[in-house]
Design a protein around this ligand. Sequence first.
Ligand SMILES: NC(=O)c1ccc[n+]([C@@H]2O[C@H](COP(=O)([O-])OP(=O)(O)OC[C@H]3O[C@@H](n4cnc5c(N)ncnc54)[C@H](O)[C@@H]3O)[C@@H](O)[C@H]2O)c1
Ligand SMILES: N[C@H](CO)Cc1c[nH]c[nH+]1
Ligand SMILES: [Zn+2]
Length: 436
Amino acid sequence: MSQTPTIARLNTRDADFDARLDALLAWEGVSDHSVAARVDEILAAVRQRGDAALIEYTQRFDRLTLSSAADLELAGERLAAAYAGLPDAQRDALSHAAERIRSYHEQQKPGSWHYEEADGTLLGQKVTPLERVGIYVPGGKAAYPSSVLMNAIPAQVAGVAEIVMVVPTPDGVVNELVLAAAHLAGVHRVFCVGGAQAVAALAYGTESVPRVDKIVGPGNIYVATAKRAVFGQVGIDMIAGPSEILVVSDGGTDPEWLALDLFSQAEHDEDAQAILVTWDAEHLEAVHAAIERLLPTLERAEIIRQSLSRRGALVLCDGPEQAVALVDRIAPEHLELSVAAPREMAEQVRHAGAIFMGRYTAEALGDYCAGPNHVLPTSGTARFSSPLGVYDFQKRSSLIECSAAGADRLGRTASVLARGESLTAHARSAESRWQR
Ligand SMILES: NC(=O)c1ccc[n+]([C@@H]2O[C@H](COP(=O)([O-])OP(=O)(O)OC[C@H]3O[C@@H](n4cnc5c(N)ncnc54)[C@H](O)[C@@H]3O)[C@@H](O)[C@H]2O)c1
Ligand SMILES: N[C@H](CO)Cc1c[nH]c[nH+]1
Ligand SMILES: [Zn+2]
């Protein structure tokens, strides 16, 4: 009986390489009709029946029975108590991570700007924080206090007035670190709901959950599909689905380090993706051997095994240039450049959510405390999306103030263009301010 291999082996020289890689990259869930149909049904139910539907779905998918809608929300004192009750080591680590994330995001803060032309006309851009945002913190297969910090801190730095957090608490199990992180990061309200129903509640509002202006944060296929579906009703940040890592190695890094780096993302979800690309055939064998050796030692071995066998790959390519071309084709969420000259290689890369440079930079450090955001575009959307940042929590308004002379000068150009469009009311509006 043939056994499913732990991880696929691909060679760019094989005739079926492109087809096999494309099949691995296709994230089934995104186009899966049954997921989309279920999400549509959930969104419609929450939109129509509000809290009642939210309670039903929470019972069905998170096995949490709530006696009333009021139980959906956790009080601020509960968050503060969680923070106060943490062991010192956890409180210190959370604070250290929060400080580093805050410092990094402070650098992103764009200000309003304007300039004046010679005739006194002023042009500019006013930056305004969003009023109320919803942050989705995943919680189905693992608890993510780090995601609380990564979502809430940039919102706070941007000056958002109200941060509403949703997080599933399967079987009613509340994670103290998640609550403590919410307290530390200045989250205003926390609701114990997850999945598509939580996204629906934030998008449409229910009797208990306030409707928000934008929903941000990562989640599984139900969350990602729901965010895509409500876009337009509310803003969304990006599609941040199951985690991904692409490691490019020149053969000089300890194979066990790389095996663990691949595991670190594979352990998130059976749908997560971990890929190694190298042009050193012996090294590929060594990483493969390290995977087989270390996998049984991991607590989440079963999730990792499924993720690696379904969506993982060890790819042998011809050299660094081909490796960079593969990176751009895959556009991974996380890219590790485990090579001798990582900065030079990073300059060649166009598409990746975050680039981790050098043999010592384990992607896991970025997940928790390096400082940059860990909410990143997945499934190839790094081609056009960026990491979650302060800019996601702000919007911009253009500023225009014409002097009398400026109104005359611009009015003459506008008049010609408006008449060219046969929009004569526009033309006459501009002409009415001419100085004659
Ligand atoms: N891209 C990023 O920045 C980033 C960061 C952290 C985590 N992640 C990813 O987020 C995901 C978290 O997933 P998770 O499952 O642990 O938590 P989750 O909170 O995203 O999903 C749990 C919810 O999914 C819903 N659900 C589960 N099965 C369902 C079903 N059969 N039908 C309808 N709804 C169902 C339930 O409502 C449940 O509350 C992982 O894929 C992880 O890799 C991504
Ligand atoms: N790797 C995840 C983003 O894809 C973030 C995370 C949180 N905790 C651990 N990892
Ligand atoms: Zn991670």
